[in-house]
Ligand binder design. Structure first.
Ligand code: 5AD
Ligand code: FES
Length: 335
């Protein structure tokens, strides 16, 4: 057993290239995950409903200043159609993700959430639309959403400042996460691994923050450069280090729902399977209409942009079974 209350133990695991230690770490992460979730892998249907964004995060392909991004918004009816498709396939969780798009003010956003909730009352609705006011979060909750994803991106102030414009702050991000949790959302935090200027110490701080927040969900993926961003010339995050961070997140928050992210699947053909092996227990296949997929280009070479919802669904089912896990289509609430 690794003593993850000790920073030197954590730092060693963050940076190790020892295969035996890594295998031991993954085995312990799998044990933890098994204790709460058995061999189940939960499915979330992802709907990327707008790529407009008022923010200008330096790593992100849908940042405001990217004039090459072709922008789109889905209508309520288009979004409902994605849910209907997902529902027929058996999904019981829908994730509405988008940039920070002012068009979706509280009225428009809650109308969409309420419509999904009315049509699919047994399904969990997850929202991921960035930083908003507490009142806005309360309205979203009241409209029928139960979960909110907001990656903190990095828990170090100075590092946060190198990845974001001065109009954004880590303190506000953290404040949002604590507020979301307080008002009753199941919350998801998370970060990129190998983002520009990141140090092992920064990753340690990410783990400390996870321990402090104790979120229900944790999203971790490698940084992948996007050609139309200021950080385009930086190297992508390492597969191995990302997997170790997934495992460490599992040890720090044993009951967390942790996705095997699309970004991991993008940097390695078996990245998502490897993440499951390192303690992840969720996948988020895409339900967005195929004609918009490519436009939601947060980073380069994103996978699954040409596949119909049903194809992604079948592909993930098969991959999960082949890797020895059990696809599970229930709502998959945190243990
Ligand atoms: N590489 C990897 N992940 C990225 N994200 C945004 N841009 C990139 C990138 N270039 C992630 C952020 C965000 C999530 C929706 O996508 O962590 O929270
Ligand atoms: Fe989309 Fe495999 S998950 S094609």
């Amino acid at each position: 057993m690794f003593d993850v209350t000790k920073d030197d133990v954590l730092l060693n695991l963050i940076t190790t290239d020892d295969q035996n230690v890594t295998e031991e770490l993954f085995a312990e992460a799998r044990e933890n995950r098994k204790e709460y979730y058995g061999t189940k892998v939960y499915f979330r249907g992802l709907i990327e409903f707008t790529n407009y964004c008022k923010n200008d995060c330096l790593y992100c392909g849908i940042r405001r200043s990217n004039k090459n991004a072709e922008r789109y918004r889905l209508t309520k009816e288009q979004i409902l159609n994605c849910c209907r498709k997902g529902n027929l396939l058996g999904y019981k969780t829908f994730v509405l993700q988008g940039g920070e798009d002012p068009y979706y003010d509280d009225d428009r956003l809650t109308e969409i959430i309420a419509a999904i909730h009315a049509e699919f009352p047994d399904s969990a609705i997850t929202v991921s639309v960035g930083e908003r006011s507490t009142e806005s979060y309360e309205k979203i909750l009241k409209a029928g959403a139960a979960r909110y994803l907001l990656r903190h991106e990095t828990a170090n102030n100075e590092h946060y400042g190198k990845l974001h414009p001065s109009s954004m702050s880590l303190s506000n991000r953290k404040k949002c996460l604590f507020e979301l949790k307080k008002i009753g959302f199941q919350v998801g935090a998370g970060f990129m691994v190998g983002s520009p200027y990141q140090t092992p110490q920064n990753l340690l701080e990410d783990l400390h923050f996870l321990r402090e927040l104790n979120p229900q969900m944790i999203g971790i993926g490698p940084f992948i450069p996007q050609a139309d961003t200021p950080l385009k010339d930086f190297a992508q995050g390492s597969l191995e280090q990302t997997l170790r961070m997934v495992a460490l997140a599992r040890l720090i928050v044993p009951q967390a729902l942790i996705p095997a992210t699309t970004a991991l699947g993008t940097i390695n053909p078996f990245g998502r399977e490897k993440a499951l092996n390192a303690g992840a227990n969720v996948v988020m296949p895409n339900l967005s209409p195929v004609e918009y997929r490519k436009l939601y280009a947060l980073y380069d070479n994103k996978i699954c942009t040409g596949d119909e919802a049903a194809e992604c669904f079948m592909c993930m089912q098969n991959r999960i079974k082949k890797a020895g896990w059990t696809p599970d289509l229930c709502r998959g609430d945190a243990a």
